[in-house]
Write a new protein. Sequence first.
Length: 353
Amino acid sequence: MFKLWKKKERDAGLGAADPERTETSTDASASDLAPAPPLLAPAKKSWRERLAGSVFNRSIAGLFARRPKLDDALLDELETALLGADVGVAATTALVEDLRRRMDKREFADADALLDALRDDLVALLRPVAEPLRIEAAKKPFVILMVGVNGVGKTTTIGKLAHRFQAQGHDVVLAAGDTFRAAAVEQLKTWGECNGVPVVAQGSGADSASVIFDALQSARSKQLDVLIADTAGRLHTQSGLMDELAKIRRVLGKLDAEAPHEVLLVIDGTTGQNAVNQTRQFRAAIGVTGLVVTKLDGSAKGGVVFALAKEFGLPIRFVGLGETAEDLREFEPAAFVDALLPTNLGNDEAAAT
């Protein structure tokens, strides 16, 4: 079902990137879209099952499977592997230099001991950014603004978040603020129907800030708990479109000086270091308060999460490990790291959850 829906999405232009943003994308009616994918998985796969195919997992596992000698050559190979997995220069340098210092002090009996130390360092790097998103009851509705470039899975993430918050007992409303593409509005409506939540929308080309403002008014009048607002996908290098996000914040402030209460930047985990550039620009334009890193299963290298943590220290609220609602998970550093590293660490218990 999901693959059919994604094919429909691509055919309608829902998932395609639009780098130049010079013309309106092809319109699509609701009848062109298959139903949203099933939100419940038959069984929840472990972190290790989801991340076993990552470049990080394969390269590190291959390196230590050779039972390397504990020397500078091993650290050089490890540095190359980390950089190749998108860990980034700053994080890789800090990790390798710490291991080199400890190796010179003869703290490691063998390569396995060094691998254990790498595991601890990786978890320590991620632990400060593992801050789950909590809906504050005093802020009603709690307004979440979703931002990101085209194709990162932003609207799909909204659908999964709506499902999650409903399961927690919250009343949710969605705002179809991506008015640049009519097909995007229809996609959000499909997710709304799937979750049984209302969607506030206007016609194609409507002012995005106006749509989200109307949604906030509606949510306040109905005493709903959570408003999740979609926005148009945009390149982080387009100043005009980034300014539109600032306008949305100003308009929301007329009703609630603290809104939005959360600005979630959705990052595609397969894009590597470009995710760092996106985060830098979106944070400057709108004040990002949390990250969602999607598509970490499959072809993702996996290391970009460490690069983001090292450079920005922004809370990683959720990670996407697959297609179902249950695969949008709260970020757990130990489970994530254990799934990326070889199984001989003896830490499989955390990865099994």
